[in-house]
Ligand binder design. Structure first.
Ligand code: CDP
Ligand code: MG
Length: 678
């Protein structure tokens, strides 16, 4: 096995920003296991505790408090509790804390509920999309995703049930965090009693201060800096760059297990495929594990898993075994997985980017920012001192951009603009953006909204647009739900919308088991493509009693399908609210495909003779994802629409359905040149 050229931990290289952590006097803290302490005593030992009075004073006196502190010092779990104890949730008020990710909202709420001594969903609750574990009367501390809180402004523009809103992990600059900051600034002018807390990593704090101090609010903003980190983290960089960080990650995990003392391992890679590859490499080697080494318990953590699967990584490993969690960026912020002592950081992240010229969104793997590198390393020092192995050199570190580029600058703004308009923000130029999105992206989104009849020529929301804005799914899916009335296929479109919202329905392992799974999948294949195949899977699952053993024998994910059922029933409520019929198309696949085009018309592609496709807009070369039923077959018409696109080494499209090219013209007439003089 290749030995790794790491600098010895402790002799950290230049530029390693966590060096300082080693110098702080944490010896007293790190020697005592927290588990032996009462909850109250453990809370009082967190670095944030000594700032309790000061923080409460700041929040009393200032409208906006920017809180800066090292990861693990207690912001997310403690601040809402301090506010609660100080009476900010009296008179039925709620203290909200937003998270960019669902798993963070869920797991933190669980932790805080146990600290408060209540069951989750009572005094402490959480709300994420399609899941509300809170009580209207009794919940006082509410963790929620930023997207959900933003949605709430559509119904309650002043967010009147909240006394304090904490925007956590603001430095991640997710789209909804940015939108919320803009809305909150507006709300504060109308409702000065509302308190806003923005918690951020150090490097980004000043941009939030500047943002909130402009426009007459100069004296309302203050910064609270919390010194102190729980446990020291040592950093090691690679001496030479690695050509294959997935393999190096697996090697590193293996070596840690052989050479380092007890403690679990958290690995950061970019996506499910890399995670599976890394876990396979480790699994293959497990039989060769020396007898005296700890057995490894392997976990994946990514957004494609159900919340229950995601939460399973939080369960402690059996004594004597070592837990290895291979994760996407999802574990970078907010979550504390007990027992993590070692972090392995690939230095890369997959982000969704949007190309306004082609109107196509795709997933691209890019180097992380310095702020992210610090966050990732911080995951190792949460419950004990730790070591972070960076799979890049220290000179690579210096070339990283300091902070993460705000998502709003690289995303498809269709849904965002629709929702802003629905909030009455008609003049997008006047909205106080933390960072303005590129004009071209705004323009493309507006064009798309006009073309699909959701915004009129004067830029105002139409009746359909208003309704679509309320639906908790992407605009393209919502658009299809509404169009299903005309195509008389509401029943099927509901299922397809739910099935494309969950990921990884098929479980196709590599090797011979994979070939068998592949055969199972063929049983559901619809020749029209993947959307109808997903529909077949769903219908069969329901018909055969929704059982997990049935799923197992057909290489399907029981969890994913169960989630699809729950999402479908929630979307159905929206359909009923908007008086949309949920009738079946009775097997008329043509109508169904036409309805799909009403949502996916921007994602049209044409087959070319070498087996690849060209996007209708931009003429980009597209490869079919191997999981598609159209992977090896030319569509009869030569044309498809696709659900999403991902850029790895090449650009791949997933979830395809054959269409007739003329159907695209019904929606894209503003964009596509008309055929032969028609
Ligand atoms: O938000 P911040 O990074 O400042 O810290 P936090 O999430 O409030 O966590 C504070 C401390 O609580 C961590 O350092 C852990 O020691 C502990 N914690 C834990 O042990 N288990 C959790 N699920 C959450 C927090
Ligand atoms: Mg936090």
């Amino acid at each position: 096995m290749a030995t790794l050229q790491f600098w010895k931990p402790g002799t950290t290289g230049p530029g390693s920003t966590l060096d300082r952590a080693n110098e702080t006097d944490d010896s007293v803290i790190s020697s005592a296991p927290t588990t032996s302490l009462s909850i109250q005593a453990a809370r009082e030992r967190l670095p944030i505790h000594k700032y309790r009075q000061n923080l409460l004073y700041c929040i009393e006196k200032y409208g906006v408090v920017i809180v800066v502190g090292q990861t693990g010092c207690g912001k997310t779990t403690q601040l809402p509790q301090y506010l609660y104890e100080a009476g900010w949730a009296s008179e039925g008020n709620i203290i909200a804390c937003t998270q960019p990710r669902r798993v963070a909202a869920t797991s933190v709420a669980g932790r805080v509920a146990s600290e408060v001594g209540t069951i989750i969903g009572d005094e402490v609750g959480y709300t994420i999309r399609f899941e509300d574990v809170s009580d209207k009367e009794r919940t006082h501390i509410l963790y929620m995703t930023d997207g959900i809180l933003f949605r709430e402004t559509l119904v309650d523009p002043l967010l009147s049930r909240f006394s304090v809103i904490m925007i956590d992990e603001a430095h991640e600059r997710s789209v909804y965090t940015d939108l919320l900051l803009g809305i909150l600034k507006k709300i504060r002018r109308k409702r000065p009693s509302l308190r806003i807390i923005v918690s951020s990593a150090t490097l980004d704090a000043m941009s939030f201060v500047d943002y909130f101090s402009s426009g007459g609010l100069e004296n309302e903003v203050t910064v609270a800096s919390l010194e102190g980190r729980m446990y020291p983290v040592e950093i090691a960089h690679l001496e030479q760059p690695t050509p294959d960080y997935v393999k190096t990650a697996a090697d590193t995990v293996w070596n840690i297990n052989l050479q380092q003392s007890r403690g679990d391992i958290l690995v950061f890679l970019t996506g499910r495929e890399e995670i599976d590859r890394c876990l396979e490499k480790l699994a293959e080697r497990l039989p060769n594990l020396p007898r005296n080494a700890s057995p490894l318990k392997l976990f994946a953590l990514h957004a494609g898993l159900s919340i229950q699967e995601q939460l399973s990584v939080f369960e402690p490993a059996e004594p004597g075994t070592r837990k290895v969690i291979v994760s996407t960026n999802i574990a970078e912020a907010s979550v504390t997985i007990d027992g993590i002592k070692y972090v392995v950081d690939s230095g890369f992240v997959k982000v969704r980017t949007y190309n306004p010229t082609t109107s196509l969104s795709s997933l691209v793997t890019v180097p992380i920012s310095l702020a992210s590198a610090i966050q990732r390393a911080g995951r190792a020092g949460r419950t004990m001192s730790g070591i972070c192995y960076r799979l890049y050199t220290s000179s690579n570190l210096k070339s990283l951009s300091p902070t993460t580029q705000p998502e709003i600058t690289r995303t498809d703004l269709t849904t965002v603009i629709l929702q802003l308009k629905s909030l009455g923000v008609d003049d997008l130029m006047k909205f106080e953006w933390v960072t303005s999105p590129p004009a071209e992206s705004v323009l493309r989104a507006l064009e798309g909204l006009v073309a699909s009849g959701m915004v009129d020529e004067d830029g105002r929301l139409t009746v359909v647009g208003e309704k679509v804005a309320e639906c908790p799914v992407e605009v393209n899916l919502a658009r299809m739900l509404f169009a299903s009335k005309d195509y008389k296929c509401g029943d099927e479109i509901l299922t397809i919308a739910a099935m494309t919202t969950v990921q990884d329905v098929f479980i196709i392992p590599d090797g011979s088991a994979g070939a068998l799974a592949e055969l199972e999948r063929r049983k559901f294949t619809a020749e029209e493509g993947d959307h109808l195949t997903l529909l077949n899977v769903y219908n069969a699952f329901v018909r055969y009693g929704r059982s997990s053993s049935w799923c197992k024998s057909h290489a399907l994910s029981f969890r994913a399908l169960s989630r699809a059922i729950s999402i479908r029933s929630q979307l159905k409520k929206y359909m009923q609210r908007f008086d949309l019929p949920t009738e079946s198309c009775q097997g008329d696949a043509k109508r169904l495909r036409q309805c799909l085009v009403s949502g996916y018309w921007r994602n049209g592609a044409r087959w070319v003779a070498d087996g690849t496709y060209r996007s209708v807009r931009g003429n980009t070369v597209l490869h079919v994802h191997p999981n598609s039923v159209l992977f090896t077959r030319k569509p009869r018409s030569g044309w498809v629409i696709f659900h999403e696109m991902e850029e790895t080494k090449k650009t791949q499209i997933r979830i395809l359905t054959e269409i007739e090219p003329d159907w695209l013209l019904d929606y894209g007439h503003k964009f596509y040149p008309k055929h032969g003089g028609s």
